[in-house]
Write a protein that binds this ligand. Sequence first.
Ligand SMILES: *Cc1c(COP(=O)(O)O)cnc(C)c1O
Length: 472
Amino acid sequence: MAEQTDNTQQPDPFKPYKGRFKSYHQIPAKGRDKDDIYNEIETMATEENAKWKSGLASGTFYHAGDEHRAFMNKVFSLYSHINIIQADLCPSMSKFESEIVAMTASMLNGDKVKQDTPEDEICGTLTSGGSESIMMAMKVYRDKARNEKGIEYPEVLLPKTAHSAFRKSEEYFGIKMVDIPCDLPDFRVDPKAMEKAITPNTVAIVGSAGNYPYGLIDPMEDLSDLALKHKLWFHIDGCLGGFILPWIEKLGYQLPLFDFRLPGLTSMSADTHKYGYGLKGTSVVLYRNKNFRKYQYFTDPEWPGGTYLSPSASGSRSGGLTASMWAAMVNMGEEGYLKIAGDLMKVADEIKAGIQEIPELKIIGDPTFIVSFRSDEVDVYHVNDFMKQKGWRYNVFQFPPALHFCVTRPQTVNPGIAERMIKDLKEGVDYAKSKAGTPSETSAIYGISSSLEGYQFINEMLHAYLDLFYTV
Ligand SMILES: *Cc1c(COP(=O)(O)O)cnc(C)c1O
C-alpha cells in the first residue's frame, strides 16, 4: 500500500501528521530503531502537551505537575505488564485496589452508612473509568430489580444534565432512562418533576455531584428523601466532583450534601483519574452494601478455560494503573488535595466574579469549580469563536447554548489566567455583538435544530468522525 509522504497537500486538521511522519498500513517488515520511534512520539507529545500546559484549556488535564506525572509513570512502570486478575501472582493488587476503594469510601463519608443502617457496610470496586462505574451501577440495578422485585423492564429517572454514560447504559443494557428536565430557575433537577415520573417500573433515581455541563450539585437531600419514600435506589454521579467537592467543602464553602451522609444513597461513582490526579484509566464505584455489589460481579464456573471471574466489565486491566493510583492518593494526602482545591477555587472565584461584572453574560446556577454561563443578549457561540481565536478551549453546550470552563491545576500554575480570561471574554462579547445575526463557526455543530432530521444528520456526522478517527 502507498505510503503517505506527499508534502504538497494542505495539512489536514484531523490528520496533521500525514506527510510529516510515516504512516503505517501494516506492521513494518523490519522493526524501527527505538530512539527513532521515541523521538518521533516525543515530538508529537511535546507539541500537544503545550496546548493545555498554557492553562487555556477547560478541564480534561487535571494535574499539571511534571514531577507528579513522572512519579506516577515511575510507579506505573513497575506493574505496567501485570494483569490485575492474576492476583495469585501479585497480592499487591488486592492491597492497592481494596485500599483505593476504602480511602475513597472514607473520603465520601462511607462510615456514615453503618451508623445510619447497621446492617449495611460500604463497599465498591475499581473500574476503568467513570463510564464503566456508572454502567456497572446501572447494570446492578437492572439485575437486582429483575431478581428481587420481578421488574422485567426497569426504568431509571435521570436529570437531563446527567452524563451520557447513563444513556449508554440504556443502549447497552436495555434499561429505560427517563429524562427529567433541568431548567430555570437554577438548572438543577426538579425533585417534584422526578416524583411525578415514578412508575411501577422505576427502580432507581440519579443525581449528579456535580453535573458536567454546569458543575452543579442536584438537590440531593430531596432526592435521598424521594428514594427512601418510594423505596427506590439512588445513584450519585460523583465522577467529576467526587474527588474535589469533599475538599471544597472542607475549605468552608457551603455545599448541599452529596455523599454517603445521605441515608437514601445506594451507590456513587467517583473518578480517581480526574481530580484524584491518577493516570487515565481508573475510577471507583461504591455501594451501600454487598447485596448491590454482588450483581456487578461476573463469574463463569463452566468455562473450559477454568473458573472465570471479573469484578467489572473489563477483563485484563493493567496493574500499573492500580499501583500508580494508590501511590497518587497516598502521596497527595489530605493536605495535598486540600491545597490544590484551595488554589483551584481561588481561580474559579476570580472567574466567577469577573463574569458577574459582564452584564451580557449570565452564570448558570451557583457554581464551584466549573463556571458556566449563557446569555440572553449575545450568541455565546460567537463568544466561543472569539475565545478560540485567542487560544482558549471552552466546553460548549446546547439547550440552552452555554459555555463552561472547568478549572483544573493548569490554571493555578499559570499566573494571571482569570484576569486574562475576563479581558478576552469582554472583547468576545463585543465581537458577538458585532456578529449578531450571522452564523457562528461553533453553531456548525450545535445550531442544528432539534428536529428528528437534525439529530439524524448529527448522528451521521459523529459516525463519520469516528470512521475518520480510525482511518490511517
Ligand atoms: C467524566 C464524567 C463521567 C464519565 O467518566 P469517563 O471517565 O469519561 O468515562 C461521568 N460523569 C461526569 C459528570 C463526568 O464528568
